[in-house]
Design a protein around this ligand. Sequence first.
Ligand SMILES: *Cc1c(COP(=O)(O)O)cnc(C)c1O
Length: 421
Amino acid sequence: MTESKPDTGHEHDRQHQHHGHQPQRPDRSARDERTAHAGHAEPWGFASLAIHAGQEPDPLTGAIVPPIYQVSTYKQDGVGGLRGGYEYSRSANPTRTALEECLAAIENGTRALAFASGLAAEDCLLRTVLGPGDHVVIPDDAYGGTFRLFAKVYQRWGVDWTAADPGDPEAVRAAVRPGRTKAVWVETPSNPLLGVSDIAALAGIAREAGALLVVDNTFATPYLQQPLALGADVVVHSTTKYIGGHSDVVGGALVVADAGLGERLAFHQNSMGAVAGPFDAWLTLRGIKTLAVRMDRHCANAEAVAQLLVAHPKVAEVRYPGLPGHPGHEIAAKQMSGFGGMVSFRHADGESAAVELCGRTRLFTLGESLGGVESLIEHPGRMTHMAAAGSPLEVPADLVRLSVGIEDRADLLADLAQALG
Ligand SMILES: *Cc1c(COP(=O)(O)O)cnc(C)c1O
């Protein structure tokens, strides 16, 4: 992963490409020799990679955490004499490089790119792999902002989409338009209905169609699910959520296994410019260090919350992949190592009861977003998924979504019990 890093993504190479020359390949720097040992070349487990990949102590001072390189440009040793491949921070910045190397290692990819938001990552991916006249199969249960990007932005640029139930591979196959479908998009578990899709089965369908399988792995995180190993071509993250984990930074990422695709994405990342800033990259790296322990606690707390809800008379239906009655439970058990921290449920007394409940919790804070250490509650129909109203992606009006945090389990259960009444 680190081997190809300095060859790419900087302005110098891009200008040469633009003029039709072969890109100049800067010498491999000392930095890259070092980080090669911190990458997934080592037979390290997830938590070790999360803490160390891309993050060798600073060569100058021994600082154990990558410094925040709050800098836009770099001194060159003579014209074109770059130190470690850095020339301008849109193209590459050492703090962002550390994050990108760490993300590639923990997702088991060859290349990762960090963006200013999850949607910026999605936009970069889509403008890299799609053009006018192309078609995408999107899930009928997707993050509202992803749906809006297709329905309200790309449609105007001549990119067409069909929504299909990704939990039913045959429905996805039927939605493919031979020769035109360039990507199959899936979120699993999905937002906000916690639907589960079979990544390996969808990868086969996408491959037959000559399309890329894109997996939004935001809910599962690489700790619980590794889509590239299951055959996906691209992993998308809103690092704003579990990866950052502390509700203090907005960011996104793309991770790929194929180096050629990584190269094309890096070209577009630099050409379009919605990169993660150094401080955001640093906060995200800091969050990743505790991802494994946080996810263990998120999973355990969510499981207990799901059990409480299942037994509660005011709850009509609970959506949590860890419940044996969940339609995707077996696939989730096969492709995930835990069921995650998100739980959705339908209030037995309808929409207004669901809305009122969201205002009655004390430890669960009413707010959008998810994946932070603190528990959140929201009403998707009126909040995160308002953009999907009236579309095939509309969500039930009595739905409540919980992002179960890592507070004391007893306090979380007591809060929900008092709010449900
Ligand atoms: C939040 C989210 C996004 C968008 O990410 P931003 O960082 O908010 O731009 C995409 N997919 C999923 C599943 C999300 O939850």
